[in-house]
Design a protein around this ligand. Structure first.
Ligand SMILES: Cc1ncc(COP(=O)(O)O)c(C=O)c1O
Length: 408
């Protein structure tokens, strides 16, 4: 997080709530992540973490773009990602979006079922292109505890168990699409290097089993990611340095034995640290049970990534005062937003500094799954400003907008 005076000056200039993104920090996180990944591995930036084109643009030359909607595809193109470096992923792709992605000539698709491969093949044949496809697989082997996607085996991708019937289960689509490999993504926010290594080993082994059994070429394994970073709380990720050697060995073996490229994906690790939410305190109130409420002008409409989606931020959110010199923690409080719903809570029972109406505060580490994962339309409040900056100063400021088009 950049110095408090600078963030406060942005709030004075642009108003609050405000997201400030430090592009130098994005560069540092990229360098850090690259230093533990094999030099030959390709890294994709997952725009779902933050689709703001300025962030993608800061990563563009070094990363591909992993997108999973027409909006993210447009953001990737606006950010300047090379079309061939775009990977289109995600469940439930519609015909219309597949057509748009084909027309944009994205480099690869990750398909979540044979039905989807068939749909893509049909649309591709009609437009005279032969897209490159990874088959997303949900491994049979249990990953380390706590990985959400793996708990729903077969919801994301094809369940490995249903794929091991043999080559006869593989539809003959080779003329229409080029099957190049396997995609495995087991979950976000994997806790540390050891859990990540275990996750990748499961993914590599499943990819090899599936490819071997189905007679699929294995030119690419997209091993996914899950590289962790704290959310809305100060601090940094645990060191991931212990991953470097095992990943180098795994990738070397795959490339020497099978000529297979390895890809990784990351959203959170690349962008979380770069983003800070600046908000203003509207009220500080005492409830009849003695509970203190700090009411901010930013609620789950501005920072809904966890709170608004049923996972309350308990005990962990960092509320950092700007301008006024920190006077120590005043005590426990619920940090709430301006929406008229009891669900508009950013944090319950957290230690907050001395705050009064008008105080400016900052919440760090919200560059990923911040604004983009929020309930922005609820209660029709103005959207936060998003400011991108480097050490040299402010580069640009944006305000997302929502419009209602009359369509009939
Ligand atoms: C397929 C896929 N790739 C990449 C990501 C990004 O994960 P993270 O932001 O933890 O790096 C996700 C997140 O859900 C995902 O579903």
């Amino acid at each position: 997080m950049r110095d408090r005076e600078f963030l406060a000056s942005l709030a004075q200039r642009f108003g609050t709530p405000l997201y400030a993104y430090d592009l130098d920090e994005v560069g540092r996180r990229l360098e850090d992540l690259r230093s533990i990944l094999p030099a030959t591995a390709r890294l994709y930036y997952s725009l779902k973490a933050n689709p703001l084109p300025a962030l993608g643009n800061a990563l563009g030359p070094a990363c591909g773009a992993e997108v999973s909607s027409p909006g993210e595809l447009a953001a990737a193109l606006e950010a300047g990602f090379d079309r061939a470096s775009i990977l289109y992923t995600g469940p439930g792709k519609t015909e219309s979006e597949l057509r748009q992605a084909l027309a944009a000539e994205v480099g690869h698709f990750s398909c979540e079922s044979w039905a989807e491969v068939r749909r893509l093949a049909r649309l591709a044949a009609a437009s005279g292109v032969r897209p490159r496809v990874l088959l997303r697989v949900s491994p049979s082997e249990a990953p380390p505890a706590g990985l959400s996607m793996a708990r729903e085996s077969g919801r994301f991708g094809l369940a490995e168990a249903t794929l091991l019937g043999g080559p006869e289960d593989r539809p003959d689509l080779d003329e229409a699409v080029e099957l190049v490999g396997v995609h495995v993504y087991l979950g976000t926010q994997v806790r540390d290097a050891a859990a990540l290594e275990a996750t990748f080993r499961i993914g590599f082994a499943a990819a090899e089993r599936v490819a071997g059994r189905l007679g699929l070429p294995l030119r690419v394994i997209d091993a996914g990611g899950g590289f962790p970073w704290p959310y809305a709380t100060a601090g940094a990720a645990p060191s991931l340095a212990a991953l470097e050697q095992p990943l180098a060995e795994l990738c070397r073996a795959l490339s020497e034995d099978e000529g297979c490229e390895v890809w990784f994906e990351s959203g959170r690790y690349l962008c979380a640290a770069a983003g800070t939410l600046v908000a203003r305190v509207l009220d500080v109130k005492l409830g009849s049970d003695g509970r203190r409420f700090v009411v901010l002008d930013a609620g789950i409409n501005a920072l809904g990534g966890l709170a608004g989606l049923g996972r309350l931020l308990t005990g962990s959110v960092s509320v950092i005062p700007l301008l006024a010199a920190p006077q120590g923690d005043e005590g426990l409080a619920d940090v709430v937003g301006p929406l008229c719903t009891p669900l508009d809570v950013l944090a319950r029972n957290v230690l907050v500094p001395h705050l009064a109406p008008g105080s400016l505060i900052a919440i760090p580490n919200v560059g990923a799954y911040g604004l983009t994962a929020s309930l922005v339309a609820f209660l029709s409040r103005p959207f936060p400003v998003e400011v991108v900056y480097r050490a040299a100063g402010t580069i640009a400021a944006y305000r997302l907008s929502l419009s209602r088009d009359r369509i009939a």
